[in-house]
Design a binder for this molecule. Structure first.
Ligand SMILES: [Zn+2]
Length: 654
């Protein structure tokens, strides 16, 4: 156990740069060198399979994304002679474009634009063309026409303004208000009475008055990318031990047929692979981008187990039944027998699509509730991501939003420890806990629709906030008993602060869109409304959310958890909607402006993107791969251009 979360002595670079609100941080995978040669080669093939799907997510997120990226990258790769001002703005915009996989902020879902005139962009494109850039022109089209065609996408914030809009306002349709490419000309009303055969892996389009599913599969939509992924997965098979090989074969089959039954077979095979050191997530997985919460965004993640940290998590998982039995919810909604919760701390080697360059810190899969109940789930916490966050967090951040020195000191001493522990409880015990009410046979996603993701994240957070204060954790040796009270207070203080500080991420409008942000605000605002645990304090025109009573905080968390679990178990959509409409979605613009001003004064980032490690194969005389090396590019642009097979241009002379 770590008594103080002190940083290991190292002067390697973590924070590389900041672009507007985005910090760019290098991710390190130190354990890679300790893997066996076989496992390193296995990682290489899985890494190739993950990289091969990167463009799928670009296209899912916005139908013009790949064309826009191509224009930007062609200019930046052939920029010699472009004016310094234009070049600087192109670099800023393109970096944000790469970080967010397109021109929509991943937290606010809102479009950001290129701060150039159309002429300036067209001039730059013509210079690039003269330098050898190859633009994809339509017959008879010149470079300036190409730029004119894409002008609304680059410059007009009101054209396709949001990638996902779950709360577009009265009378507006959530699918039509969302610019993503998961639906084409389809409204919610068109889907009434329609049962999708490929709910997770299809685009739904209106064609000649008929609702049609375009299936993501080999021979269907994304054929070229999926074929490439399949090829690399098959190359990985000889290096995979049997349970991983089973999962990879099932994945290949799902990509080939696109059928729901094969998706289920893959989920089951994936969850049953519990002991391979190296593992991967590859597929159409999370549903946050879909306003309906049904379509899966493509992602590829490659990782291996971090042994020391995993041991701690195993202690939580091994006691999952105890925690289930002590959930403060109606016993009808508890599992009488918890299916194997498998949990690990991992180090990520590569993330693309929906999980990179912006990454989650913990993941629990599969999302299919029936498979979870019958086969259990696998849960991972991304330990090298957490480490990189810790190393790159600015001290001034905590200082600005802590009410007093005691809170600041607690945050410094215990914040990281408490954060890691609650993330583990969230993933290992939170998502895996609870069950549907008897007689409710539909999936909770279907019943709770656009409220599902925020409700499920709230549930997992509440489980973590509730149990982090349980003395049983000390009995298990997961927290030092003599410090638990301080750790709990630090966690609750950090949680309350987050509801305030996260407003910096939503600079426009007065609504939260992102589900984790909705969930955190809903919990904190609900506690404020129903308990004395959190008070709003003001000092010198600054607002603070300050924890007054730890006991009342925990009791409130227990009460809210009981209600949130009931809503999920019964699929009570009106109650879910009311909870988030009242506490989770709306916020005060004046308060947000205050937070933004405080953050901007300190130049604090709102979110973080990661530069991935770089892998390279070592080949023998016959061309076969004999080993794989790892290095750290420490440069976002170099890595992004490499991924698309382009090279960075010489910078214009200033
Ligand atoms: Zn979660």
């Amino acid at each position: 156990m770590r008594s103080t979360p002190a940083a290991p002595a190292t002067d390697r670079p973590y924070r590389l740069e900041q672009i507007d609100e985005a910090a760019v941080v290098q991710l390190y995978a130190d354990g890679f060198l300790k893997l066996s040669t076989n496992d390193r080669i296995l990682v290489w093939h899985l890494y190739q399979a993950a990289l091969a799907g990167r463009d799928i997510y670009y296209d899912q997120r916005y139908r013009h994304n790949l064309a826009m990226r191509d224009i930007l990258e062609e200019i930046l790769s052939n920029a010699d002679g472009v004016s310094a001002d234009t070049h600087r703005e192109l670099v800023r915009y393109t970096k944000l474009f790469w970080i967010n996989t397109g021109a929509y902020n991943n937290l606010t879902a809102r479009k950001f634009v290129l701060a150039l005139t159309q002429d300036a962009l067209a001039d730059a494109a013509e210079i690039a063309a003269a330098n050898g850039a190859r633009f994809r022109l339509q017959p008879g089209e010149g470079v300036r026409d190409l730029i004119a065609r894409y002008a609304p996408m680059f410059f007009d914030p009101t054209f396709d303004p949001m990638v996902t809009s779950k709360t577009p306002g009265e009378g507006r349709d959530i699918l039509q208000a969302s610019a993503n490419n998961l639906y084409v000309d389809v409204a919610m009303a068109d889907l009434e009475g329609v049962t999708e055969r490929h709910p997770l892996n299809s685009r739904v389009v209106m064609a000649d008055g008929q609702v049609v599913e375009q299936v993501y599969r080999v021979g269907g939509m994304y054929d070229a990318e999926l074929r490439e992924i399949v090829r690399h997965l098959e190359n990985a098979l000889p290096y995979a031990q049997p349970s991983l090989a089973n999962a990879l074969r099932a994945l290949v089959r799902w990509y080939q047929t696109g059928e729901e039954a094969d998706r289920q077979a893959f989920d089951i095979a994936w969850v049953q692979n519990r002991d391979s050191v190296v593992d991967t997530m590859n597929g159409f997985i999370e549903v946050y981008m879909d306003a309906r919460g049904i379509k899966g965004s493509w992602e590829g993640v490659v990782y291996y187990a971090h042994h020391e940290k995993t041991e701690k998590i195993h202690r939580l998982a091994a006691n999952a039944q105890w925690f289930e039995d002590h959930l403060p919810v109606d016993p009808r909604f508890r599992k009488s027998k918890v299916q194997g919760v498998s949990a690990r701390a991992i180090e990520v080697v590569f993330e693309a699509g929906d999980s990179g360059p912006i990454t989650p810190i913990g993941v629990n899969l599969p999302n299919d509730q029936r498979i979870r109940e019958e086969y259990g789930s696998k849960s991972v916490s991304l330990s090298n991501v957490l480490e990189a966050y810790e190393h790159s967090t600015l001290e001034s951040f905590r200082q600005e939003f802590s009410w007093d020195d005691a809170e600041l000191e607690r945050a410094k001493q215990w914040g990281a420890f408490a954060g890691e522990l609650t993330t583990e409880i969230h993933e290992v015990l939170g998502h895996g806990s609870g069950r549907m009410a008897a007689g409710v046979n539909a999936q909770p996603q279907e019943l709770l629709k656009e409220q599902y993701s925020a409700l499920e994240e709230s549930r997992a957070d509440l489980v973590a906030l509730y149990f982090v204060a349980d003395p049983y954790l000390a009995t298990l040796g997961l927290v030092p008993a003599e410090h638990q009270a301080e750790i709990v207070r630090a966690e609750y203080e950090g949680y309350a602060r987050t509801a305030l500080v996260q407003l910096r991420r939503v600079r426009e409008g007065t609504q939260l869109e992102e589900d984790h942000m909705r969930n955190r605000q809903a919990i904190v605002y609900w506690l404020m409304a129903h308990t004395e645990s959190i008070v709003v304090r003001r000092r010198e025109d600054r607002t603070y959310y300050s924890v007054a009573e730890v006991e009342a905080f925990r009791a409130g968390v227990g009460r809210l958890l009981a209600e949130v679990q009931r809503i999920k178990s019964e699929g009570d959509y009106p109650a879910a909607r009311a909870l988030f409409e009242t506490y989770g979605v709306h916020f005060d613009a004046g308060l947000r402006d205050e937070i933004v001003a405080r953050v901007d004064r300190l130049k604090l980032p709102s979110y973080t993107a990661f530069v991935m490690p770089k892998l390279q194969p070592v080949c023998g005389a016959d061309g076969s791969i004999t080993d794989v090396t790892i290095s750290y590019p420490c440069d976002l642009m170099t890595q992004m251009l490499e991924f698309t097979g382009k090279r960075r241009a010489r910078l214009p002379s200033l």
